[in-house]
Design a protein around this ligand. Structure first.
Ligand code: NAD
Length: 508
């Protein structure tokens, strides 16, 4: 399929892709080709979208939750029909290999299924009252407009994690996607519109206009969302630097923020580990999505007794990695998103060398005939470090895997925890004392602590997120839905008296 056919299949029209007054050029990281010239939304557009979503929310909150679930079920249906096309667009615009592009859409479908079930399970508690003839309970209510700010590296799934839950919880959603991947967002909005059309056929007049929308443009639009009093929740995914700004803006107006920020993820490989399994997990976690996942494995702590053979196997595996255009079969490592990422990678490798690291890989790879703007492919880098030096405390969003040896398991756990970020972590060990330690209170301090599986590739059923600089938010499964609702505690008196709590007397 040609690029033009793909964009058309995703519902994007040629006039929209070459807009009058365009200020945002969209290039494919695969070959640098210019995909579109878009016009960013203005501050006024953003305010209008928020106001429309708020007005829509006032009606949507009264639609029964299982009926709201029907909208999300239809979204899942449309996504199933367009899985391959949207996946191919993710590959084209974000540079993921094809199976990861389609996998991201599958993740959207999975969270839609989860949210549909949830729409009948927004349960509150009943609570024993200390007073006779009284009952207490909790009720959960829709919150309002949810502002969703997303990063380039998951250009469609992160919206779905938020939107599927927010919609069944009775909210509106205004989305500010990354300025690097606006086409994916526009295509998703077309699919949402199609789901809305099908919903309206079954439930005329129940779905208000403007409930969900997308704002194309840069960080200023994210600022508009963060500072609007009509947006009670801002869910922001991206760098720690972005999260620090958004957190302050939202806190200033005492709003709620849900932050999913940078990771700096580690794995410990113990002497008892199944090395073949560990090897596969390491390579997928470290080089998948060209090292541009928030859960990418960046730090590897290997017991000194197995370090030499494991490192040799890793070098062998890295040498065989196919780097190339992610649209081609067999390719495992696609491009970096842009030249700035390439520069950041080279800078980190320079620092690593200065700090005693032995680097293999990391060089630029030229792919294709260089027709468009430059594209930025690299050989994933393996770096043997003498210790966990300062460069390892930073998240460099590129495929660099630092390897450090350890002798004592306690030291390995301490190194796992000794960085500012706290997203994902893993241990490969068949010693139950080590694996339980790793998952215990004195073990990994991350939001995700895995055993005999890599740091990346989470399922939607669990709550996803991390601690410390990662921001503390939890999205997706488990009880993450509670972020998107407000809780009311109700005390009901069905006695003929008015006893006060704690035995207080107040006779009037
Ligand atoms: P980024 O921080 O540059 O941009 C993310 C989004 O924030 C974009 O939409 C951007 O326009 C917006 N933004 C930037 N500054 C803003 C501001 N001051 N106010 C409001 N919005 C603002 O991140 P990126 O380069 O697109 O993505 C890579 C980063 O995202 C990495 O650090 C990665 O670890 C992180 N990430 C985290 C998760 C997670 O779940 N924890 C998932 C994906 C990516």
């Amino acid at each position: 399929m040609t690029t033009a056919d793909l964009l058309r299949a995703c519902g994007l029209s040629p006039t929209e892709l070459d807009a009058a007054g365009a200020d945002l050029d969209v290039h494919s990281p695969c070959d640098g080709a210019l995909l579109a010239r878009l016009r960013s939304h203005s501050e006024q557009d953003a305010q209008r979208a928020i106001e429309r979503s708020h007005a829509a929310f006032l009606a949507w909150r009264e639609v029964p939750a299982p009926v709201r679930g029907e909208l999300v079920r239809l979204l899942g249906e449309v996504l199933r029909e367009r899985r391959e096309a949207l996946g191919a667009l993710v590959t084209l615009e974000a540079g993921k290999i094809s199976s990861e592009g389609v996998g991201e859409v599958q993740e959207m479908i999975d969270i839609c299924d989860f949210a549909v079930g949830l729409s009948r399970q927004l349960h509150g508690l009943t609570i024993a009252s200390e007073r006779p003839g009284h009952r207490m309970m909790e009720t959960w209510h829709p919150l309002g407009v949810c502002g969703v700010i997303t990063a380039f590296n998951f250009p469609v799934a992160v919206w779905a994690w938020n939107a599927a839950l927010a919609l069944v919880c009775g909210n509106g959603v205004v989305w500010k996607p990354s300025e690097k991947t606006p086409l994916c967002a526009l295509a998703v909005m077309r699919l949402f519109d199609e789901a809305a059309r099908r919903f309206a056929l079954r439930h005329p007049a129940l779905l208000p206009e403007g409930l969900c929308s997308v704002l194309v443009g840069g960080s200023a639009l994210g600022h508009t969302l963060s500072s609007s009093p009509l947006v009670p929740l801002v869910s922001a995914t991206g760098s720690v630097a972005m999260g620090r700004k958004v957190a302050v803006q939202v806190a200033q107006r005492l709003g709620r923020s849900l932050l999913e920020l940078g990771g700096n993820n580690a794995m410990i490989v113990a002497p008892s580990a199944d090395i073949e399994l560990a090897l596969r997990a390491i390579v997928f976690s470290a080089v998948g999505t060209a090292g541009q996942r928030c859960t990418t494995l960046r730090r590897l702590f290997v017991h000194s007794s197995i370090a030499a053979p494991l490192y040799a196997r890793l070098e062998q595996a890295y040498a065989g990695l196919a780097v190339g255009d992610p649209r081609n079969d067999g390719v495992l490592v696609g491009p970096l998103i842009d030249g700035r990422s390439y520069d950041a990678m080279q800078h980190a490798l320079r620092l690593a060398r200065e700090q005693g690291g032995l680097v293999s890989g990391g060089e630029r790879v030229i792919v294709g005939d260089g027709d468009g703007a430059p594209s930025w492919y690299v050989k994933p880098a393996l770096v043997r470090m003498p210790a966990q030096t300062p460069v390892m405390h930073e998240e460099t969003f590129a495929p660099i895997l630092y390897v450090v040896e350890y002798d004592d398991f306690a030291d390995a756990v301490a190194m796992n925890n000794a960085v500012p970020q706290g997203l994902s972590s893993a241990v490969f060990s068949n010693d139950v004392r080590e694996t339980e330690w790793f998952m215990s209170a004195r073990g990994s301090d991350c939001g995700l602590a895995n055993v005999n599986i890599g740091t990346s590739g989470a399922e939607i059923g669990g709550a996803f997120g991390g601690e410390k600089d990662t921001g503390g938010g939890r999205e997706s499964g488990s009880d993450a839905w509670k972020n998107y609702m407000r809780r009311a505690t109700n005390t009901i008196n069905f006695s003929g008296a008015l006893p006060l709590a704690q035995g207080v007397r107040f006779d009037v």
